[in-house]
Design a protein. Structure first.
Length: 288
């Protein structure tokens, strides 16, 4: 599959004029010319090389010539396996090659333990999508990552007597990747996990709490909200979950910590922090 220069510019953040200048000055990249109209067309390997150069310039501060020289000196097949898999993933997503995306994820899962696979491979990919990809590619890639996280979660055994966590994204929040990763961590710690998933209205939370009697309700706010909307959504969720403790996380809650604590919720950045909060609540309930 090949891509035109306009698409490459959009996906890499490198302007068309800049790509043409690199080609004249450094002989990089080396696109083919389409038959008939003589347009520049780029292969998957060339797309990935451009993306690597852009990253070295933007993140590592290299000059254009230094970045191009480094990419030429270290072909993708010579990179360490995690980095190579990461590069292959983005390359496959850019050309919308779902079969290659699946192969990359299969290889990563076979090569890594559960924690490394989720925390050091899948979740960083999920976090970078919003700034790397257009909407179509982000939808495809995030669907693959969420599916893999769900597979890992469902394959893990729960402790029959472990504490129970009820996990959900509040109403109008559709980003459940972080919630799935939290479920994986809690299961590894011996918790029983029930995942309600994305866009869970307050009435659904109330029904689940009444039936399950969870030890903790974890709510993941990813979508950015104005203060008034956050106050309303979190307030509805807290009333629905009462009297069970609610722990809130996610970037959409981080900017509203004062409101969050005023309403009586707790905030956690990780599964370890959530478990620590639960222990504090349990110890306080057990004091005479």
């Amino acid at each position: 599959m090949t891509l035109r220069i306009r698409t490459i510019a959009r996906l890499t953040g490198i302007r068309e004029a800049t790509l043409r200048a690199w080609e004249r000055r450094y002989g990089f990249p080396r696109p083919h010319r389409s038959e008939g109209n003589n347009y520049r067309v780029y292969s998957r390997d060339e797309v990935e090389a451009i993306r690597r150069v852009a990253r070295l310039i933007q993140q590592d501060g290299l000059s254009v010539s230094e970045a191009i020289a480094q990419v030429r000196a270290t072909p993708m097949q010579e990179l360490p396996q995690p980095e190579r898999l990461n590069e292959r993933f983005w390359s496959a997503v850019m050309v919308l090659d779902g079969e290659e995306v699946s192969r990359v994820l299969d290889e990563a899962q076979a090569a890594m333990d559960v924690e490394s696979y989720c925390d050091r491979f899948l979740m960083p990919l999920l976090r970078e999508m919003g700034v790397r990809l257009d909407i179509a590619r982000e939808h495809m890639a995030s669907a693959f990552i969420r599916h893999r996280l769900r597979q890992v979660l469902d394959a893990m055994e729960s402790e029959p007597d472990g504490p129970r966590g009820l996990l959900a994204c509040p109403a109008k929040d559709h980003h459940e990747g972080g919630l799935l990763a939290l479920g994986v961590h809690l299961k590894r710690k011996g918790w029983r996990v029930t995942l309600l998933g994305a866009d869970t209205p307050a009435d659904a939370l109330r029904g689940a709490c009444n039936q399950m009697k969870p030890d903790v309700v974890a709510l993941s706010f990813v979508r950015r909200r104005e203060p008034g909307e956050f106050l309303e959504v979190l307030g509805d969720a807290l009333r629905a979950c009462a009297p069970f403790p609610v722990v809130v996380g996610g970037p959409g809650a981080r900017e509203h910590l004062k409101t969050l604590f005023t309403l009586g919720a707790q905030y956690a950045e990780s599964a370890d922090e959530l478990v620590a909060i639960w222990n504090q609540v349990r110890n306080a309930q057990n004091r005479p």
